[in-house]
Design a protein around this ligand. Structure first.
Ligand SMILES: C[S@@+](CC[C@H](N)C(=O)[O-])C[C@H]1O[C@@H](n2cnc3c(N)ncnc32)[C@H](O)[C@@H]1O
Length: 216
C-alpha cells in the first residue's frame, strides 16, 4: 500500500487551533518524547537554564517541563496568537513562568525578538510545518548562532521513515537529511536519540517522529 503523508493546518483560526489541541492531548509515546527532551535539559550544567521552545503550540511540552523543573526560565515562540490563548489555558498557574514571543520562524530576524539568550532550544512537531528542508536548515543555522558553546538543540519532529514507499510532505524527510543539515549549520556530532511511533506500511500523519540532539 502507498499514499501521501501530510497535514494542512489553520494556525491562526481559533476554532481549528482548539480542535487540534483537543485531538492531540499527549499520549504515552508523546510524553516519552517530552521526558527525553527534559532529560537533555537536566544535563545542562546550570541550575536555572534559559529554555526556548520553537512552536509553543497548545503548551503541552511547556507544561510537562515546567511542572518538573522549578528553576528554568521558559520562552515560548510561536506566530499564532490563537495558540498562545490555548497555551495560557494549558499552563494555568505556570503561565507566569513563560515569556510568550510572537515571531515567524520564516523571518530570519526572529532571534532579535527573543527575551534572552537560550542555553537550550527545544521543539516538538513544529518545524516540519515550515514546508521544507531549506526552511528547517535556516532554523538550524539560527539556533547554532544563538546558542552558547555547550548549548543544546533538541528537535522532536515528524520524519520520513527509511524504507517507506509512501510519499511524504516536504517538511517530513529522513533522519539522515536532518543530521546533514545540522552538521552544515555547524553542529559537530548531531544524532538521533529515538524514532517514535514507527509505522512503515500504513502510516498516519501523527506517527513517525524522531528526537534529534545537537550540541554546540
Ligand atoms: C504542533 S504545534 C507544537 C506543539 C507543542 N510542541 C506542544 O507540545 O504543545 C506547532 C506550532 O508551530 C507553530 N508554527 C508553525 N509554523 C510557524 C512559523 N512559521 N513560525 C512560528 N511558529 C510556527 C504553530 O502555530 C503551532 O503552534
Amino acid at each position: 500500500m502507498t499514499g501521501f503523508v501530510g497535514a494542512l493546518h489553520e494556525f491562526h483560526d481559533a476554532e481549528f487551533v482548539q480542535g487540534w489541541a483537543d485531538r492531540f492531548v499527549p499520549s504515552p509515546p508523546r510524553l516519552a518524547l517530552f521526558n527525553m527532551v527534559l532529560a537533555e535539559i537536566d544535563q545542562l550544567p546550570m541550575r536555572d537554564p534559559n529554555v526556548l521552545e520553537l512552536g509553543l503550540g497548545p503548551g503541552y511540552m511547556a507544561r510537562h517541563i515546567l511542572e518538573r523543573h522549578p528553576t528554568l526560565h521558559y520562552e515560548g515562540l510561536d506566530f499564532s496568537a490563537a495558540f498562545f490563548q490555548v497555551a495560557r489555558r494549558t499552563l494555568g498557574d505556570l503561565t507566569s513562568r513563560v515569556t510568550f514571543t510572537q515571531a515567524d520562524l520564516m523571518n530570519q530576524s526572529w532571534p532579535k525578538l527573543l527575551a534572552r539568550r537560550p542555553h537550550a532550544v527545544i521543539s516538538t512537531w513544529a518545524l516540519h510545518d515550515l514546508g521544507g528542508q531549506q526552511a528547517i536548515a535556516d532554523v538550524y543555522r539560527r539556533c547554532w548562532e544563538i546558542l552558547p558553546k555547550g548549548g543544546i538543540l533538541v528537535n522532536g519532529d515528524f520524519i520520513k521513515p527509511d524504507g517507506t514507499a509512501w510519499e511524504y510532505e516536504a517538511g517530513r524527510f529522513e533522519v539522515a537529511g536532518h543530521l546533514d543539515l545540522l552538521r552544515q549549520a555547524g553542529f559537530t556530532d548531531p544524532r538521533s536519540l529515538q524514532h517514535f511511533e514507527i509505522e512503515i506500511d500504513n502510516p498516519t500523519a501523527a506517527q513517525n517522529y524522531a528526537c534529534l540532539l545537537a550540541v554546540k
